[in-house]
Design a protein around this ligand. Structure first.
Ligand code: DAH
Length: 340
């Protein structure tokens, strides 16, 4: 085989390999094998000195053509692969990304849970205004003139003499003023107090008020309902106890404690060694309150309770600082469900 024939068959061989090339790495291999400094074509160039002088011109021309052709082929294949890679980076079969959804605020979660437990027991959910008048917030609730909660050091008054409600109890008054018994309501909402924020205090926080009025309602109903409620929240083994207390709007009044869910009532850091955690106030509606809304206390009896939503949320979620609920730190809020 003379050199011209050799070059023709080399060209055929390369054409075959180019045809079969299926990746950028095979192209690189072809480039290296034939065009590289120690590649086949370069070897022929190196041998030019040994070729018969009359042949050098035409063979040199053939070699140059071959080199140019291989370079062109390999370059164009490279470009083609590059295009395909870019195209396949856009995968049209991929599902579209769903938009980022917000999450419910942890206190909204808890408020909804509280309300739904009571709704299943036949209570309706009502809301009242956050700006209240003195009558609904204090007078009608049998709060004596001298009671310290009326003081501006405790209560935030507005210039017009109204105030930011200090509790959700005035909703009781609004409901009873507007309808005849029986009444079975829970009233969630924000309340305000002139408190410095710290780990357990916030000048604005949330409560849920409960009220049940009918003929023949007793303290036993209160105990049963409250126990049932805390069982829903903390599990069926939770225990409750009523501690005598004073609230202006109830008589008798009691504070409700639940057995500590963290230590099984053995005593720990959270319950300060007592085995019990204070959850809120309750009692039998004071006859004076019935008088102020026009209910006959000789015919009707009722009970009421109030509890703090943050407190419940802190226990259920293990949050140790009430301020976290109001700082709106996305990293905190994201932990309470919802998709990202
Ligand atoms: N309003 C009371 C408070 O904010 C809580 C409370 C206690 C509400 C006893 C009631 C109740 O309805 O009967 O501390």
């Amino acid at each position: 085989m003379n050199i011209v024939e050799e070059l023709a068959s080399l060209r055929q061989k390369i054409a075959e390999e180019i045809k079969n090339a299926d990746s950028t790495s095979t192209i690189e291999e072809i480039r290296h094998t034939y065009l590289g400094r120690k590649g086949a074509i370069q070897n022929y160039f190196k041998q030019m000195g040994k070729i018969d002088a009359s042949q050098r011109g035409p063979v040199g021309k053939l070699l140059n053509e071959l080199k140019e052709w291989v370079t062109d082929e390999v370059d164009s294949l490279d470009r083609q692969f590059e295009k395909e890679v870019t195209r396949s980076a856009i995968d049209l079969t991929l599902q579209a990304r769903s938009p980022r959804l917000g999450t419910l605020h942890p206190l909204t979660h808890i408020e909804r849970r509280i309300c739904s437990v009571f709704q299943r027991m036949g209570f309706s959910v009502v809301r009242g205004p956050e700006v209240e008048d003195v009558w609904h917030n204090f007078d009608a609730l049998n709060t004596p003139e001298w009671h310290p909660s009326r003081d501006p050091t405790d209560t935030l008054y507005l210039k017009d003499g109204n105030l930011l409600r200090t509790e959700t109890s005035p909703v009781q008054i609004r409901v009873m003023k507007s309808q005849a018994p029986p009444v079975r309501i829970v009233a969630p909402g924000k309340v305000y107090r002139n408190d410095k924020p710290d780990a357990t205090h916030s000048p604005m926080f949330q409560q849920v008020e409960g009220l049940y009025v009918d003929k023949g309602v007793t303290f036993a109903d209160l105990k049963g309902t409250v126990l049932q409620f805390y069982r829903f929240m903390f599990g069926k083994d939770v225990k409750i106890r009523f501690r005598p207390h004073y609230f202006p709007f109830t008589e008798p009044s009691a504070e409700v404690d639940v057995s500590c869910v963290f230590c099984g009532a053995k005593g720990c850091r959270i319950c300060k060694g007592s085995g019990w955690i204070e959850m809120g106030g309750s009692g039998m509606v004071d006859p004076n309150v019935f008088e102020s809304v026009g209910y006959d206390p000789e015919i009707y009896t009722g009970w009421a309770f109030g509890l703090g939503v943050e407190r419940l949320a802190m226990l259920l979620y293990g949050v140790e600082d009430i301020r976290l609920f109001y700082e709106n730190d996305f990293r905190f809020l994201q932990q309470f469900g919802g998709r990202r």
